[in-house]
Design a protein around this ligand. Structure first.
Ligand SMILES: NC(=O)c1ccc[n+]([C@@H]2O[C@H](COP(=O)([O-])OP(=O)(O)OC[C@H]3O[C@@H](n4cnc5c(N)ncnc54)[C@H](OP(=O)(O)O)[C@@H]3O)[C@@H](O)[C@H]2O)c1
Length: 278
């Protein structure tokens, strides 16, 4: 990955390589400081705050092709490589089973990320992270039994879930964990994951899940890449989708890097934020 990024914060300003930028954070060690799992999330957004737009080829909303880029994807992969378990959505699992969504951690599928397998090995982690899937509908096609290899898949749903579907999912996909009455609650889900021994939990889902994780005070760190492009488009999807939060959730800037090697020099701002605990 050619071309450095410029550290803007914290000072002193300094050119640093993009490759390894987030791998150097040693996220798994954060859990030792907290004495509970460390939860982090990542988004790439346009300057006008869009994280997904209608994609006519896919027939659904996807990450805008206009802002998705290899440099940000490298950082996403470095974050995924540091997770014991990835939080994902029912929507993703359906697409994955149907073959229209790719593996989240690309370490086996793309030689550019093969180094991440070594990193996981050196840190005593399984080759691929487990998956925590959030779903109300439990509406999944039957998967190929070999699809997950030896990874664990845990499906988090609510008491409203259909009991036949729960049985089907338990037979064909993985353990079903009830984490809420009406819908999945972030605190119950993370307690469940903590009891199972997970330490670093990476949320890769979209704005509905981020909303309830924030509402329950779960997210410790947000990684946001701001692509310096304005997109427009309907519907408007930002990093959070849901009712006004009872309490705003405050985040303090912990790092900011300017990457001027993307979008014909327009560049992107690579930031991370730490939640302020009140
Ligand atoms: N730009 C970025 O960085 C970025 C990052 C992530 C996602 N995205 C995009 O954002 C869009 C939405 O992503 P997404 O579908 O993964 O995320 P989402 O909108 O947060 O989650 C939606 C899915 O999660 C389940 N769900 C959400 N909240 C739930 C609750 N409280 N209880 C039970 N189930 C719940 C539902 O599954 P069931 O339908 O199975 O009930 C639903 O289909 C996609 O286009 C994606 O590509 C962009």
């Amino acid at each position: 990955m050619q071309g450095n990024v410029l550290r803007i914060f914290p000072t002193p300003h300094q050119e640093v390589p993009l490759k390894g930028l987030y791998l150097g954070e040693d996220i798994p060690s954060e859990n030792e400081k907290l004495g509970r799992p460390f939860v982090y999330a990542n988004f790439i957004t346009s300057l006008d705050g869009r994280i997904a737009v209608p994609n006519p080829k896919a027939g659904r909303l996807t990450v805008p092709e206009q802002i998705a880029n290899d440099r940000d994807w490298r950082l996403f992969q470095e974050l995924a490589a540091q997770a014991d378990i990835l939080i994902t959505s029912g929507r993703y699992l359906r697409n994955y089973i149907e073959g229209t969504s790719q593996e989240i951690l690309q370490a086996f599928d793309d030689p550019n990320y093969a180094d991440l397998l070594d990193w996981r090995k050196e840190h005593g982690m399984a080759a691929l992270p487990d998956l925590a899937v959030i779903s109300g509908s439990l509406d999944f096609p039957a998967p190929d039994p070999k699809l997950w290899g030896d990874r664990s898949i845990i499906i988090f749903t609510s008491s409203r879930a259909n009991s036949d579907r729960i049985r089907m999912v338990e037979n064909e996909i993985g353990e079903v964990f009830i984490a809420g009455e009406e819908s999945v609650r972030g605190n119950l889900m993370i307690e469940g994951l903590a009891q199972k021994g997970y330490r670093s939990i990476y949320n890769t889902t979209g704005p509905k899940v981020l909303h309830f994780l924030l509402a329950d005070g779960i997210v410790d760190r947000l990684y946001l890449t701001f692509a310096h492009r304005v997109l427009g488009g309907d519907p408007y999807l930002s990093i959070v989708d849901g009712p006004l939060l009872e309490m705003p959730v405050d985040f303090r800037l912990r790092s900011a890097y300017l990457d001027s090697h993307s979008f014909d020099g327009a560049g992107q701002l690579i930031t991370s934020y730490e939640r302020l605990r009140k």
